[in-house]
Design a protein around this ligand. Structure first.
Ligand SMILES: [Zn+2]
Ligand SMILES: [Zn+2]
Length: 263
């Protein structure tokens, strides 16, 4: 699969453009849209990190994952290959288990100090909008890929299973970071099944008990099953970001974000 035959980058670009426009027209947190220049600077910095990670994936990490998947295939290894039933059923099992893995991987990132050094770049964002969904340190992406090499083999995932998961997950992750003024009843209804903005705002709170909650990526059920679901009605009162990482140059510039794991 080459970048030109892969629909994932284009789908995400369209989703981000739509959500960015919606945030301009009807923001939930109006304060983040008051200063247009600050909003664009913030967006470009986060997008620069996202682009770096995208290139890393295309040039290097995607090929490593493909090697692991082909190796498992050649040795007839992995959960889905041991199951009976139609291909779509196996794909569903693979996607479900992979989403559960994403929950645990995210949770481990909050509990292991070494992993948290990288993941805190995502949490040090004092604003929340669709661009925050791109704000991950390249080190976290490399570590996450290293762990995935084992997970995709254990699950017996096909390349298209992972491509489909990433396609779905990227749009939902962009959506639940967005600053769109979604009607409350829509958020309430969607939250039974998937992670919504309201649910993920709690995860970006500065209060440790809230930061360490709501780890799900796509389906919200994992937080409910594993006891980490947390909700608060007064979303307006949430202070986003991390204490100790406030400085505009030291922690919010592109070079500052790249240095955050060591500083
Ligand atoms: Zn997190
Ligand atoms: Zn987030």
């Amino acid at each position: 699969m080459t970048i030109f035959s892969d629909e994932r980058p284009l789908a995400l670009a369209v989703t981000i453009a739509v959500l960015w426009t919606a945030e301009s027209l009807a923001p939930h947190f109006a304060a983040f849209s008051l200063d247009a220049r600050a909003r664009w600077v913030h967006g470009f910095r986060n997008a620069a990190l996202g682009l770096t990670n995208g290139l890393l994936g295309i040039v290097f990490l995607g090929a490593m994952i493909a090697v692991s998947i082909r190796w498992a295939e050649a040795h007839d290894l992995g959960l889905t290959r041991w199951l009976m039933g139609p291909e779509w059923g196996k794909a569903l099992v693979a996607l479900l288990f992979f989403d559960a893995w994403m929950y645990w991987w995210h949770r481990i990132n909050h509990t292991m100090p070494f992993l948290w050094r990288f993941h805190r770049v995502h949490h040090s964002d004092p604003r929340m909008d669709v661009s925050t969904s791109l704000r991950f340190h390249p080190g976290e992406i490399v570590l996450s890929t290293a762990a995935r090499l084992i997970v995709v083999a254990l699950l017996g995932m096909e390349l298209w299973h992972l491509a489909l998961y990433e396609l779905i997950a990227a749009q939902i992750v962009a959506f639940h970071h967005s600053n769109v003024n979604l009607p409350r009843r829509v958020d309430n209804a969607l939250r039974w099944l998937m992670v919504t903005p309201w649910m993920h705002w709690v995860h970006h709170s500065r209060l440790a008990r809230e930061t360490n909650s709501n780890y799900s990526s796509v389906l919200s059920i994992w937080d409910r099953i594993f006891g980490s679901y947390r909700f608060r009605e007064d979303a307006e009162m949430i202070r986003f970001g991390l204490d100790g990482f406030p400085d505009e140059q030291t922690h919010q510039s592109l070079s500052g974000m790249l240095r955050t794991p060591i500083g």
